[in-house]
Design a protein around this ligand. Sequence first.
Ligand SMILES: [Zn+2]
Ligand SMILES: [Zn+2]
Length: 493
Amino acid sequence: MKWPLSKKMENYLITCDIHKDETITALCNSHSELCCSSCVELNHSQCSKVTPINELTDMQPTDLQGLSVELETVLGEIKSLQISQELSVQALLRKYKEHGAVMIEQMRGNLNFNIDDIDECGNSYVSTSGGHEQYLKEEMCRSVLFILNEFDNITVKELNEMRDEVISIKGSITSSIHKCTSLHNDLSHFHEFVQKIGDNKELCLIASIKGKHIIQQALTLLGKSGKAFNVQSNTKHNVRIPSDSYNCIISGICVLTDGQVLVVDWKNQNVKLLNQQYQVVSHWDVNARPVDICLITPSEVAVAVNDHDSKIHEVQFITVNQGKLVSGRKFQLQHECTCITHHQGDLFVTSGQELYKYSLNGKLIYRLYQYRSADLTVYKCAVSPTGDRLYIINYRQHKLLTLARDGTLLATYTDPALGPLSGLHVTPAGQVLVCGWPNTVQQVGWEGESKLANLATQKDGVLYPESVCYCSTTSSIIVGQRLDDNILVFRVE
Ligand SMILES: [Zn+2]
Ligand SMILES: [Zn+2]
């Protein structure tokens, strides 16, 4: 038996989202937004097609059955996302605690080792007696204390750094969990409405439009936004600095939450901080080739550094502090690295032929994927916003691969227009951006199966793109290129 929609639910449906004391009266087709009379007057007076709701009901039948099924599916996915994020928080805290325990254990071991050392030396010296031996003993104590202090300082500094990261990452996961909870509530309400709504055509239409809106929000949170970008304008910005000896090769880009941009210059071996106007305000010189960069917290990044000849393969953490770049801890890799990306405390690093997963403290968790038939087959990687999909570009064979969390291959995408794939990025809504040589920037659907949009080509200044990144703050796509001092910035909608 169906219970009718209560007055309260009906009010919830027909109330304008922005003007809480007004009733929805029309739909703006240009914005596909439901409007009350204030909305129409304030925001849609210039819009060409604003139709009163009662006129619309005759035109389009509302598929409530379909909407109900869609709501159920998305509800389930949001619930799983919430659960997986709660597990992520637990795993993050557990790993941090484990790391702390290991460090303390190491410090204890060192302490014992040094004390044993003093005892042994001390005993042998005392037995021969004399002032010189006493002096040696004191000297040794001093140096041991110095070593211990130093060890202590470094360890404590690193643990503090990591604690701040864990707190920040935990905060961002928690806020995402809250979004899940609130969307889950909205979706459940709508699911209930749809069951009880009866045959009032206007209510059905409003419920269907509002319901679809909420489903869209949920899909964005799930990283399944199918929205294609539309390029509005493009500009270029010079990022070369006086100390640079060569034309820049911008092999990696990342954006801070406030809209500042960090780029790594492979050729000139530095990391550059750009302000919101894309001017270089600071830089940090690297001891080898920086290949890529990723965001760890709103003020910290990790840079993958690689030098084949001098066998340097490491991950260097850098903090952005009041317009300055300050180096933090680093850890070594046992393989070459071509790319680094971060998701909720997990670091993903590619070697050219393999994809590895590391924890924040530099502990190798496992190898997720390998493809050894040629070089640069696992060139760069990116993670979907929820962590359930990984994307890899195969430079050599011009392919974009989509993998499940465990490394299982889900999809392969290739397009003759792309050529060798050189840059890859996934936006917070799950939009996949790839660039290919010599001059293509494309958007591929989140499933990794089909093209959604051609974003830029040679006529827009694209020539041997190396890296791509999306900035939500400014709604822009930033492209770094090979032997080009300019970065390209595309405003998108
Ligand atoms: Zn309104
Ligand atoms: Zn409008």
